[in-house]
Design a protein around this ligand. Structure first.
Ligand SMILES: [Zn+2]
Length: 530
């Protein structure tokens, strides 16, 4: 056990973006960066400026991440160019980021075969690029690609690459198991040898999970002296993924006694954090995920359950409360209650734990979550649900009938067009309004019609924009009640002050689910604009 500090570096938005089926929008990146910064991560690697339009846009404006540093990733300068005159490197140095993390080769075989340059030129590329970043960023970090494989092939050269990064002024040198095939003993030995060669060097570790060892290898490197840990939320990443920060954080903090920037009192937010990122990315959370999976503390009948009921330590390695999870055979237990109370506090609702309305509210939240509502990533809907039950919410408007027609046809120019037309009727302040609107899709048409009516009475809704819209069909098999699939819609809104909020709607009908989420979004804005 140790009280040493570990620096946590998230690469969900960069390496995690390589996951099959994941395609971040700029809004996704902003939401995830903000969520991780709020949780207490030290570094958020936002992507690779210059590599694609999404990352360019994300880095084109300053993100306010509090104490967390936003990191831009990229490659060292190319051979034959100076660091000042390399467009790729300039894109990183000019990006709105606090710090940078540059990657370069540390395996001689890759240098001579893949880059086809001399070993000396590669060392110069590392030290000059790291130095160029150091001159304009808060911190300059260097990722030694294929470090462990490189060390096994030519330890002297791999160490020289670390030395080159240090000569350039690197704040952290990160040893990468890029192919993910190492075992923990190897990672421990090589990290320890590197630490011995450069005792002053601040070492980091970046592992992939191809041998199922990413978490174990990361911990081995930490035992050998690495104090900077890279990984992704839920182990996202190409092939078998990256080291999973959601598993690493409790291992480091609860099991090994390390300090991080995450206060211990925040660890119970871990389960909700893991789920919020999955929900945002339209992924089903893995029920068997360590610490945070719904099955992680599920005791199935018989001996285990009865022993666990006598004393949970019989079949649990840590308490589920410590990471915000819960034992599954207890339904409305204190654990569920304290989690939900903490979530209320987060959206600004103080409620006495002895309040008699609380049990009903908790049951409603649990029922809804069971039936597809995803409140972890829709805090505005969560807040409205609580306020409606606790102190009531003014009835700003009521959406009555709506009707949508979709038409696919050839226009006069012979082009195939698809248009939607919606009519909606609303009661606003006792008056009925009928509106008609066309849109490029059914949701857009209904949104426009509803908004036409609302803005007349509530001009403060005129600046509300939809910045993100996600749909997921939840098969009946994911829920034990009901026989048909339902649709879940998550919407993110923004107003002209930059304020963002998120809502959820669930229905068998996609338009109805969308209208419910839209209606919550407008209602939330009305409450918060006085
Ligand atoms: Zn990687």
């Amino acid at each position: 056990m140790t009280g040493d500090r570990i620096w946590l570096f998230d690469t969900t938005l960069r390496d995690g973006g390589q996951t099959r089926g994941i395609d971040f929008t700029v809004a996704d990146k902003q939401f995830i960066a903000q969520t991780l910064a709020d949780f207490g991560l030290d570094y958020i690697e936002g992507g690779w400026p210059g590599a694609n339009p999404t990352d360019d846009q994300f880095f084109s404006e300053k993100q306010n991440l509090g104490t967390a540093q936003l990191v831009a990733f990229g490659m060292t300068r190319r051979s034959g160019r100076s660091a000042e005159n390399d467009p790729g490197l300039s894109a990183i140095l000019n990006a709105h980021s606090d710090s940078s993390c540059l990657v370069g080769k540390s395996w001689d075989f890759h240098v001579t075969k893949a880059l086809n340059i001399s070993l000396e030129e590669n060392l110069a590329m590392i030290s000059e690029s790291v130095a160029a970043a150091k001159a304009c960023k808060q911190e300059s970090m260097f990722d030694c690609e294929h470090y462990f494989d490189g060390y096994k092939a030519n330890s002297e050269y791999a160490l020289k690459c670390v030395g080159a990064a240090l000569a350039g002024g690197a704040d952290w040198v990160i040893l990468c198991d890029t192919n993910g095939g190492c075992l923990p003993e190897e990672v421990f030995d090589i990290t320890a040898a590197t630490k011995a060669a450069y005792p002053e060097c601040r070492l980091g570790i970046h592992c992939h999970n191809d041998a199922g060892m990413a978490v174990a290898n990361t911990l081995a490197a930490v035992r050998a002296g690495a104090r900077h840990v890279q990984g992704t939320i839920n182990g996202l990443g190409e092939r078998c993924g990256n080291a999973d920060l959601i598993t690493l954080i409790p291992n480091l903090m609860i099991k090994m006694g390390f300090q991080t920037n995450i206060p211990v009192e925040k660890l119970p937010r871990l389960t909700s954090l893991a789920h919020a990122i999955d929900e945002r990315l339209n992924r089903l959370p893995d029920p068997h995920a360590p610490y945070v999976g719904t099955a992680a503390f599920a005791h199935k009948g018989g001996l285990h359950a009865s022993a666990a009921q006598k004393d949970p330590r019989t079949y649990e390695h840590v308490s589920p409360e410590s990471v915000g999870n819960q034992r599954s055979y207890l339904i409305s237990d204190q654990t569920g209650k304290s989690n939900i109370l903490a979530r209320f506090a987060e959206v600004g609702i103080e409620i006495d734990p002895k309040d008699s309305r609380l049990d009903g509210l908790i049951t409603e939240v649990k029922d809804k979550e069971f039936n597809g509502w995803a409140f972890d990533s829709a805090e505005a809907s969560f807040e409205l649900l609580a306020r409606r039950r606790l102190d009531g919410v003014a009835s700003f408007f009521e959406i009555g009938r709506f009707r949508v027609m979709d038409e696919r046809r050839f226009n006069a120019r012979g082009e195939l067009v698809v248009e939607s037309e919606a009519t909606a009727s609303l009661i606003v302040n006792g008056e009925t309004h009928h509106e008609v609107a066309v849109g490029n899709g059914p949701v857009n048409a209904v949104d426009t019609a509803v908004r036409k009516a609302l803005v007349k009475v509530y001009p403060q809704l005129a600046d509300v924009e939809l910045v993100d819209y996600k749909v997921r069909i939840l098969p009946a098999s994911d829920r034990s009640s009901g026989t048909a699939a339902v649709t879940r819609v998550l919407i993110e809104f923004q107003d002209s002050t930059g304020l963002r909020w998120r809502t959820v709607g669930v229905s068998a009908n996609i338009i109805d689910a969308s209208v419910n989420a839209l209606s919550d979004g407008m209602c939330w804005k009305l409450i918060h604009s006085g």
